[in-house]
Design a protein. Structure first.
Length: 363
């Protein structure tokens, strides 16, 4: 029966607009609009299923070395409410947060924390990061990863809460504070933040806005300049920003807002938290020009305590140092050496062989 209904719907949608819009076809138009509405939410429903499956997969991939949990926490209220007088308006935004704790952790001990925001625009923290989480946990790090507002896998309502470069930054910092408040084994004096792509963007803004909260940061291929980004991306991508309630305008209509949400235009806020930046010249997502602008801005502000490396045409493009080939692992070892210098985990890697054994089981 449902298959027959679906075929009828397709037939209706194939009718010419002139025929559909004729007087007396209101019922038909209403039916088609309802179908289109249902189709628009189908992706979100599938994302929810995929997320639930992937959550189970975490236990299969990391459960041998880590206690894994997913906790429900809150961030700030929405920047703008559709109806400010509605029931529940102004309430904090609720979101899920992953927690990974080494299984060999001593309950009476203290361990460094890595805050690990995922990429985007719309995405989630999933088992794409399996080997990296294994590498972190094996060194003695506790890892937390916020599914901040706008993340996928939690339905359309959460998806539509996206606040790119806005309150999502506070969501991620809220995950840091939650870990300190609720896990006595977290050392509040040894907290770092790590992210790639949009996660790197969030990491930058966290050390800009909350410099006292983080001892060290790494940011890989970070989105850095939304003004430039709107220039080289297509219209569908631009619409993700101009359509948001928190922005609501295009870059040419409100360039100041896009600059406000661009790390490369906000480097005056950087307070010299130890920072390592990586980028790649053949990045197919975040054009290297964005990160070059970030680096030049930091230098122009005479900022200290940051370092960077611009890799040349590395395999993997945007994902180059998250890949599984040996050169990517060697680059990640550099990242861990940077973090470990300030966070002092109990079992830091001394070689790529250590990293390989921790992340992949064999060296």
């Amino acid at each position: 029966m449902k298959q027959a209904q679906f075929l009828i719907i397709l037939l209706l949608l194939s009718l010419t607009p002139e025929l559909i819009s004729q007087p007396g076809n209101t019922e038909l138009m209403n039916a088609i609009n309802e179908v289109e509405k249902n189709f628009s939410t189908l992706d979100h429903r599938l994302d929810v299923i995929e997320k639930k499956i992937d959550d189970v997969y975490w236990y299969n991939k990391v459960g041998d070395i880590a206690y894994i949990d997913k906790v429900y926490i809150t961030g700030p209220p929405l920047a703008r409410e559709e109806n400010s007088t509605a029931q529940g308006a102004g309430n904090p935004v609720k979101f899920w947060n992953y927690v990974f704790i080494p299984k060999n952790a001593d309950p009476s001990g203290k361990y460094p924390l890595l805050v690990f925001p995922h990429g985007g625009v719309h995405a989630s923290f999933d088992t794409y990061y399996t080997h990296i989480v294994r590498e972190m946990v094996s060194q003695g790090y506790i890892v937390t990863a916020a599914e901040y507002r706008g993340s996928t896998g939690y339905g359309k309502a959460m998806f539509d809460k996206i606040d790119y470069g806005g309150l999502e930054i506070q969501d991620v910092d809220a995950s840091r504070q939650f870990m300190i408040d609720n896990y006595s084994i977290v050392d509040s004096e040894r907290v770092g933040i790590v992210g790639w792509s949009h996660g790197g963007y969030i990491a930058l803004f966290n050390i800009f806005e909350y410099p006292g909260h983080y001892k060290v940061a790494f940011t890989g291929v970070p989105v850095s300049d939304l003004v430039a980004r709107m220039g080289y991306k297509d219209q569908e991508y631009r619409d993700l920003f101009s359509g948001q309630a928190a922005i609501g305008k295009t870059a040419d209509e409100n360039v100041a807002e896009y600059r406000k949400r661009s790390p490369a235009w906000q480097t005056a806020k950087y307070q010299n938290t130890p920072l390592l930046i990586h980028t790649n010249t053949n990045d197919e997502d975040v054009n290297v020009l964005e990160v070059e602008h970030l680096i030049k801005s930091l230098k122009a502000e005479d900022k200290k305590n940051f370092s960077y490396e611009i890799f040349r045409n590395m395999p993997g493009g945007h994902s180059f140092d998250r890949m599984d080939y040996m050169e990517a692992k060697e680059i990640r070892l550099k990242i861990y050496n940077h973090l470990n210098k300030y966070l002092n985990p109990s079992k830091p890697f001394k070689s790529v062989r250590d990293l390989q054994k921790a992340g992949y089981g064999f060296n």
